[in-house]
Design a protein around this ligand. Structure first.
Ligand SMILES: [Fe+2]
Length: 255
């Protein structure tokens, strides 16, 4: 199994604090049945600045340590980039690191309560540059929750999205769980990933989430999400279902 979103690199952001914690996370991931993790440290979010070269070096070091310990899991390089206007310029400069270093898929993060007006144009320009934006955890963005058509427009225009295991399992609350299910049901999301930060309050929860996914939506969607993650690792095209709009009435559930 592949986890495409994880803060497993030591002492680089608000994920694993040190190498020991990274290795403990590797062990937890293996217990969850995960064989490959894309390490996606924050970039340009708060105090965190993690350009491509720094991440690739940290991934090499962690893979070496995993090998030394005889553990069977592979880390690939990635990055979780906060949205900003110069993203494409900085990609051409070599600071932005697409997932699995494959020059195709780039994680883009909004702040938790805002979607900038320039996002649609930026996503369009990224695609002209050969990059596909993957919007991370849209289910946790309050503006998207209030106006799900925003996400519909992004997906219609070629962006992909990734939901979080802990959102589907209900660890971020009932409202976020219900909205996560709405996104799945309306083909507005294409990946599920852990966004794990540590062992305790932000663990993987991959097995639990996939079980939840299967019991609510059936095994096909589990296979689909896993296949999509595999395609991202290999830099290949992800085929999508036509998205549908989430009706506000249904989302609020009170009318
Ligand atoms: Fe993250």
């Amino acid at each position: 199994m592949i986890d495409i979103h994880c803060h497993i690199l030591p002492n680089i952001d608000d994920g694993a604090a040190h190498l020991t914690e990274s290795i403990q996370m590797v062990e937890q991931a293996i217990q969850e049945g995960i064989t490959t993790i894309i390490a996606t440290p924050h970039h340009l979010n708060g105090p965190y600045i993690n350009e491509k070269a720094k991440i690739i070096k940290a991934v090499d070091q962690l893979n070496e340590e995993i090998g030394n310990k005889g553990l069977d899991l592979k880390i690939l390089p990635g990055q979780e980039c906060r949205i900003y206007g110069d993203l494409i310029n900085d990609y051409h400069k070599g600071d932005i690191l697409p997932l699995a270093n494959s020059n195709k898929y780039v994680f883009v993060e909004f702040s938790s309560n805002h979607v900038p007006r320039y996002a649609k144009q930026l996503f369009y320009d990224m695609q002209l540059a050969g990059l596909t934006p993957i919007i991370v955890h849209p289910e946790r963005n309050s503006q998207i929750m209030t106006s799900p058509d925003l996400l519909y427009d992004f997906v219609t225009s070629g962006a992909l999205t990734q939901i979080t295991t802990s959102s589907l399992t209900g660890h971020f609350g009932k409202k976020i769980k219900r909205f996560t299910e709405d996104l799945i049901e309306h083909h507005l999301t294409h990946f599920i990933a852990s966004d794990a930060h540590n062992l305790v309050n932000r663990p993987f929860r991959m097995r639990e989430a996939l079980h939840e996914l299967e019991s609510t939506f059936g095994i096909e969607i589990v296979y689909q999400f896993q296949e999509n993650a595999d395609l991202v690792v290999n830099g290949l095209h992800v085929a999508t279902e036509p998205p549908e709009r989430v009706k506000k009435k249904k989302f609020l559930g009170i009318f």
